[in-house]
Design a protein around this ligand. Structure first.
Ligand code: PLP
Length: 388
């Protein structure tokens, strides 16, 4: 009954563990959750006010399917200001979250059998979106280099079928970045072998230790080769509002707009006005959140490094720690899924098994520190106690 396309979709590897966490909670067990990739902050007040104004002013009808012009202009101004990426509104598509931007992009670029290079561990949705679009994921394992992608690694995965590569810096799930020199070399490879780069920059403002965000689309000659994906979701604690955007070569952006016009039409009109305020308005809330994540990152790094059997490279960005916990494995608990189950049952702590982000992550767990400092302290105390 089901189409081949849909049969290619795998259920999320994290569902079983989530179901168990919910069951335990129903039984009254106090579960501390570090699984979700979502800011714990509330959406800033100025953004909420902009949405309320939009409703009061009756901005509640269909908009242009590809997003309102003001928001596209704001995206262009932001890209020029923060990313040194030249762009025109004809290069911008406003989408229902970063996810739809990525999905539209794969739909517009991939023919059956086209290959997409994915640095692994990777964010879960990439591979399933690619499968639905009948593309082929080709993984590049970054574990040997503390999850930092290099151009040499990319080289080994290039074939005549390579259509594009995904760069996600800072990365979900590892929190690591790609060094600028490596991005430059990967850009050269893209030009030489004629493939596209999809740069997922949704965590760009959460980057620590003086490292600077760097957009591959800002490199000379890359304008026609790069799609930059972003969203207000993580930056402004707006995950539920569902506004993202993608910029890139006009021809493909236009095709994605056509697809969107026949599938979802415009992203929510009210949320677009809220996103406009987010991008154009005061940015102090972003700074405050980034400072808070940094404090938590520092704490998590120190505290996890003390847990016997845990090995953690200092995360460079986003709000995830991805420790290798294989030193704490036993004969029975010998992979990330079993270890995550053990933590849930014994420590009442929910994390995500690293194996959910590809085989390369199966010695690891993903711990999201988008949680209050008190919860983080208690969570790490419980993990330490469970392993004693
Ligand atoms: C790496 C990465 N890209 C894209 C997204 C999609 O974000 P959105 O919620 O805007 O669809 C996420 C969300 O978790 C993410 O982690």
């Amino acid at each position: 009954m089901l189409s081949q396309r849909i049969q290619n979709l795998k259920p999320s590897a994290t569902i079983a563990i989530n179901t168990k966490a919910i069951e335990l909670q129903k039984q009254g067990v106090d579960i501390l959750k570090f699984g979700i990739g979502e800011p714990d902050f509330d959406t800033p007040e100025n953004i909420k006010q902009a949405a309320k104004r939009a409703i009061d002013e009756g901005f509640t009808k269909y908009t242009v399917g590809t997003g309102i012009l003001e928001l596209k202009e704001a995206v262009c101004t932001k890209l020029i200001r923060d990313n040194k990426v030249e762009c025109d509104t004809s290069n911008v598509l406003i989408t229902n979250g970063g996810k739809q931007a990525l999905y539209n992009c794969f739909m517009a670029l991939l023919n059956p059998g086209d290959e997409v290079i994915i640095p692994s561990p990777y964010w879960v949705s990439y591979t399933d979106m690619i499968a639905v679009c009948e593309g082929q994921s080709v993984f590049v394992d970054t574990t040997s280099n503390q999850f930092k992608l290099t151009a040499e690694m990319v080289k080994t995965a290039i074939s005549p079928k390579t259509k594009c590569i995904i760069l996600n810096s800072p990365s979900n799930p590892t929190g690591m970045t790609i060094e600028k020199e490596e991005v430059e070399k990967i850009a050269e490879l893209a030009l030489e072998h004629q493939f596209y780069i999809i740069s997922d920059e949704v965590y760009e403002y959460f980057i620590y230790d003086g490292k600077e965000m760097f957009s591959v689309a800002s490199l000379p000659g890359m304008k026609d080769r790069v799609f930059t994906v972003n969203a207000v979701s993580k930056t402004y604690a707006m995950t539920g509002w569902r506004i993202g955007y993608i910029t890139g070569p006009e021809k493909v952006i236009k095709a994605m707009g056509n697809l969107q016009s026949h599938s979802t039409s415009n992203p929510c009109s009210i949320a677009q006005k809220a996103a406009l305020e987010a991008i154009n308005g005061p940015q102090d809330s972003v700074k405050m959140m980034a400072e808070e994540y940094l404090k938590r990152r520092n704490f998590v790094y120190e505290a996890m490094s003390e847990i016997p059997g845990f090995k953690l490279t200092k995360p460079e960005g986003a709000f995830y720690a991805f420790p290798d916990v294989s030193g704490a494995f036993t004969d029975q608990i010998n992979d990330s899924f079993k270890f995550t189950e053990f933590l849930l049952e014994k420590a009442h702590v929910a994390v995500v098994p690293g194996g959910a982000f590809g085989a390369a992550g199966n010695n690891c767990i993903r711990f999201s520190y988008a949680s209050s400092m008190d919860q983080i302290k208690e969570g790490i105390r419980r993990i330490t106690e469970a392993l004693a």
